[in-house]
Write a protein that binds this ligand. Structure first.
Ligand SMILES: [Cu+2]
Length: 177
């Protein structure tokens, strides 16, 4: 059977591209040890039916882990972020912050505009990631996964204040867990 040489060329290029894609994925999983969201080694699991009534997500907010390290337990739910909607979530600048985000209802998005913070909030799973806000300022938070009729209203704010002005009296105390 005669195959035109251009056709051979394109078949060859296609196979090469497919081999590259598979190679990159294999490289990521083996050498770089990347994980997909939701694999049991990475994401912590949580029961979406009880997440609002027990555990740290029943009292969402900011907790102090140690000096210069805070963590935020955040619930993304129809159609608000707790904390973040209504009143801004206040965090200190130039300080390590670890976010734990989950959803009790449907899939939501959690994006802090102007930063590289961009995660999904999946019922039953806890998305955990760390960041540092270098400068004081106000950041918008939006949901970027369509989650229902009022999805377009689902937004919040993060207010980053200088470390010296950070008021620790609003922290969620460990005993409230
Ligand atoms: Cu949403």
């Amino acid at each position: 059977m005669h195959i035109h040489r251009f056709e051979k060329l394109w078949i060859g290029l296609s196979l090469f591209l497919i081999a590259c894609f598979i190679g990159i994925v294999m490289f990521g999983f083996t050498v770089l040890d990347l994980k997909v969201p939701g694999s049991s080694q990475t994401g912590e699991q949580v029961n979406p039916m009880t997440v609002l009534s027990e555990g740290p997500f029943s009292t969402p907010g900011v907790r102090k882990v140690e000096e210069d390290h805070y963590e935020v337990y955040m619930v993304a739910q129809k159609f608000l972020f707790r904390p973040g909607s209504g009143q801004p979530l206040v965090l200190p600048a130039d300080t390590r912050v670890t976010f734990h985000v989950t959803s009790p209802d449907v899939i939501h998005g959690f994006e802090v505009v102007g930063t590289n913070i961009n995660s999904m909030a999946i019922p039953g799973q806890i998305a955990t990631f760390g960041t540092i806000f270098p400068e004081p300022g106000t950041y918008g938070v939006i949901c970027h996964e369509y989650c229902g009729a009022a999805h377009h209203t689902m937004q919040g704010q993060i207010k980053v204040v200088p470390k010296s002005e950070y008021d620790e009296s609003n922290l969620v105390t460990a005993s409230a867990q």
